[in-house]
Design a protein around this ligand. Sequence first.
Ligand SMILES: [Zn+2]
Length: 105
Amino acid sequence: MITRHRLRWRIQHWLENRVPGLLTCAEFQQTLDDYIDGALGRAGRMIVDIHLKTCPTCRRYMSAYRKVRDIAPRALDTDETKALGEIPEDLVLAIIMARKAQPDA
Ligand SMILES: [Zn+2]
């Protein structure tokens, strides 16, 4: 038995593939960066907005994607040299000794 949610999803994707001007989910994902950055024109933005109104999957995707875009630059700001300096030397030596003890090392 098909659920209401599944039926809605099938109808939506059937329409997206046949009605000119509607985005598929894959096309939506390709335009997402430009949409978030405000780089789309008025018509492009409207087309994405229509997709967002009709596709809960892409709404969730965009929400998660925005969070990743916000977090990722901060993760790369970590000073690796400083972090390496905080590793106890006896731990580093223990790892080196353990690797040397392995026959394939
Ligand atoms: Zn979608």
